[in-house]
Design a protein around this ligand. Structure first.
Ligand SMILES: C[S@@+](CC[C@H](N)C(=O)[O-])C[C@H]1O[C@@H](n2cnc3c(N)ncnc32)[C@H](O)[C@@H]1O
Ligand SMILES: [Zn+2]
Length: 266
């Protein structure tokens, strides 16, 4: 737990009787699934992060390996930019697919966090050798300079927090949806779909080291997979009823993965 710090007073945390406790006597229970809620204050993680249905859809979809090319590329970058035993953080880890994938291939000290308790609970249930906690990206409860590599996929970006947590030789690996990412799905949902603008995040104070593009064309022949994919995208929140009807009538779908992975350092 060496990289974690108390979200209330900032002191280090140690394990004590199924809880994490700091020198200032703030105490955080280890849930039965093994994760720890490190959100300071009383805000329940499920109200602001993704809900249970989205969490399960994401898990079911990713477990089928459709996004394995993305996970493989992230894994290669983490391997390149860190060494055995280094601390690696999955920022906004969701239900833990990517953390799980990397723990099977690399010998690192893995941590994952997300604002949604439903997501973190599913991540902890994967039983991979990683520690999961509930936290907000605006105030990550890890010590400054303690993370050698962090990856951050399809979630909000916070350049100031990311620079604070990585070590002097550390990196942040982030994913920018490419122009054609899931265009085949958008064509079904919208009458006039747009290409993504491929806008990189606001990265003040960070410098770009490397970019890797991951492109594939996927065909989904199973309606459950199509619906799970839809539920894990932002389109889930704003699709017109005409688009929903077209989606529900589909027997199969062809859609592209197009993701630009970017590596940043301080
Ligand atoms: C689209 S999902 C991506 C999850 C995972 N990285 C993946 O690719 O499977 C976005 C995630 O960001 C989390 N999230 C949103 N706002 C957050 C915040 N302020 N702090 C931490 N996590 C947040 C959501 O709960 C959700 O799990
Ligand atoms: Zn404390």
């Amino acid at each position: 737990m060496s990289i974690l710090k108390c979200p209330v007073c900032g002191l280090g945390l140690t394990v004590e009787n199924r809880a994490l406790r700091c020198g200032g006597n703030h105490c955080f229970d280890i849930a039965k699934e093994g994760y720890v809620n490190l959100l300071s204050g009383s805000r329940a993680g499920d109200k602001t992060g993704d809900n249970k249905e989205m969490a399960r859809s994401r898990r079911d979809f990713l477990n089928k390996g459709f996004y394995a090319p993305i996970a493989g590329a992230v894994c290669s970058l983490v391997e390149k930019y860190s060494d055995e035993g280094d601390s690696v953080l999955d920022i906004c880890c969701g239900e833990g697919y990517y953390t799980d994938f990397l723990t099977k291939r690399l010998n690192r000290d893995f941590f994952g966090f997300d604002l949604s308790k439903s997501m973190v609970r599913l991540a902890a249930k994967r039983k991979c050798p990683a520690r999961f906690f509930v936290a907000n990206i605006s105030s990550v409860p890890v010590r400054s300079g303690s993370v050698r590599a962090a990856f951050h996929l399809f979630a909000p970006f916070r350049a100031d927090e990311f620079s604070r947590i990585i070590s002097g030789d550390g990196v942040i690996i982030t994913a920018v949806p490419g122009a054609r990412h899931l265009y085949g799905l958008k064509k079904v949902l919208y009458d006039s779909p747009y290409l993504n603008d491929e806008k990189p995040p606001e990265t003040d104070g960070l410098r770009l080291l490397e970019e890797v593009r991951v492109e594939r064309t996927l065909t989904f022949g199973d309606r459950d997979d199509i619906l799970s994919l839809f539920r894990m995208t932002p389109y889930y929140y704003h699709t017109p009823s005409r688009g929903m009807a077209r989606l529900e009538a589909l027997e199969s779908l062809t859609a592209e993965i197009d993701v630009l992975l970017q590596v940043y350092a301080k």
